[in-house]
Every structure is written in structure tokens, then in C-alpha cells.
Design a protein around this ligand. Sequence first.
Ligand SMILES: [Zn+2]
Length: 382
Amino acid sequence: MRLILTFVFLTCAAVSIIPADNSALQFRIQKLNGKEYVSLYEICRDGEFDQGIDPVLGRGKIYKKTYVAVYQIDLSVILAGKELIKSDYPVRRGSDGEVFIPADSARQILEIMLEKNFSRHGNYFNEDKEPKTVIKKPVDDDDVHYEEIDFIVIDAGHGGKDPGAVGKGGRREKDITLAVCKRIRDILKRELKGVNISLTRSKDIFLELGERTEIANKLLRKSKNGLFISIHVNASISPKSSGFETYYLSRDPTTDDARVTATLENNVVILETKKKHHYDDIEFIEALMLAAQIQKESHILAEFIQKNMTSAMKQSHSRGVKRADFFVLRGSLMPAVLVEIGYITNKKELNLLITPNYQAVVSKAVAGGITSFVAGYNKLVK
Ligand SMILES: [Zn+2]
């Protein structure tokens, strides 16, 4: 499996002396089902870490200065700083919701994030009196190697048994998105020679949300770098709502409206018959390492597309670039955005969206944003 990022650890170049600290830290080791753990609550309390957890996904982060550690309940791999820490048994959640980190992993996290050494004394990890003299420098952006974009996946929202939003006259989101996506594909094929352009679906078929990004991620394994663009039509209980907007993935949606739109698009999950999205350890960790960089790039891509739409789609109006938690973007290992090209529940916009003329305007605008992004990006990485 291919990774876009290569990490370079500068062990010898970065030798620094950490001054001795008067208050020696101590962390308690407890037994849970016969295995040794350290309570995350106690790590955060005594080590003065900040933390956050997504209780639904069972994923959490702890923070200290510039360091972040990411864990997932029931997984035995943790990312701390830029290091992967593996244990023989997984992170667990107690009956009261308290999180427990495998003891050996806890010690490594503490050493990395506190820049101190810890030794075991009975049922405690005690901070060493000797200051830690050699530390690994956290990897910065200069050590990340980017690759040029050589494929783009265009995803027509909904399809098959899932019509998406339905407007007056039985007009369906899935038909509009497919028509627009085919046009975007045709434009990109003309404009971006040497870049592989594909659709997640070219017919009226049902695809699960996980399958959509999986198509893109599979391409990533045999290509250099790619983009994932999902096209949708918005809906609202208010017939007055109108305009277009571009989203990139975030766990922290910008507005309540963004949350509603995300809920709407994510509803399709209940139509899915296959098992819940399953990420194995490797995929999860790869996703973690790439997540921060991908989010940055996705945001830039969203800005390019939205800006182009704003200057080209004069019959509608911009609702801006937004962050939201879309399932379809969640599994992506490359920059990914979701574009809502207008409201199917708005009479004026629906009438525009179903005409080939306006579909051509929208496609040109979206494709223009993509080509500008790719041109700039590929120039930068060469
Ligand atoms: Zn949709």
C-alpha cells in the first residue's frame, strides 16, 4: 500500500537539552481484564493534556503543546506525534465511559509528548530524575513529500434506489448530478491531458457511500495522487433557500445549516445493506497521518471551486465554503470536496438546474476550479 507522505526522522541533527523539572510525574498502572492499562483521565489530569473524543466513532485525541496523539477504542495502534505506537492489546473503554490506554503505549505517549523519560516502579511509571537529553524533532512540513495529481474521481451523488432530494414535478437529484458530472468529466478530459478522469457511476445505479471513496482510494494505490469531487443538489424545507456551496470534511461543522445538509446527505447510510464501514488498522492509521494535510488541501480546493462558481453562476449566489462531516468524504485518502450546486426545493433554481444550458455553466465553473487547483498544485510539487 502506497503512502503519499514520507517521514524523515532527524535523530542526530536535533539534539537538545531539556532542563530538569522539579515536580516529578507519576502515573498509575491498573489491571483491566487481566491486562495493564493507564487511565486516560489520569494521564490528562496529571500530565496536563487537553483531550477530545468522538463518542460515536470512539476516536479521540489528546494534545500537549504541538503534539497530538490519536487513538481509537478497540484498536491497538496509536499515533503520537508522528510516531506509530503498537501494543499487543487494544485501547478500551470502561463501563462508565472512561478510556484506558495499554500501559506500554501510555508510557511511550508520555515520553514523546512530555519529552521526558519514565521508568517502571511497581505499579507506577515514574518520571526519571535524569533529564531526557536526546529527543526526536517533530517532523515539520519540509519533510513531507507531495506528489502530483494524476487522477480525478467525479462522484455523482445518489443513484439507483436512492433518488436523493426530489423537487417539484418529481425531478430527482440523482439525475441532475449525473448529467452535471458527465459534463465535468468531458471538460476535464479535454483540459487536463495526462490526468485520468473517472466517474464513480456513469449510470443510474446505487453505490454505497463507502464504495464511492473506495473507488478513489483503489486508484490511489496504483497512481500518484488524486482528487475526489462529489456533486450534489441541496434541499430545504424552506422553498426560499437557494445558492451553491462547497464543503470539505471536518468534525466541527461551521454552521447549523451545514450540519443539516450533512445529515441529509448522510441519510443514505440507512439504505446501505452491506456491513458498516469498516476500516482496518492500516487504513485507519494511514488516514490519520494524511488527515491533517488532506484537510488543508481540501480546503484550498473548495475555495478554488467556490470562487469559480461565484464568478460564473450569476443566476444563483454563493453560500460560501463550509466545513461539514460527510460520510462520503470521510474515507477519502486524498483531497476531497462536496459541491452542492443549488437547491432542488427552490423553484427558480430547479428550473435552471434541469436545463442543459445551466448544467453546462455549472460544469464549466466546477471544472475550472479543479483545473486551476491542479495546475497550481502540480507546479508546486515539481
Ligand atoms: Zn445529495
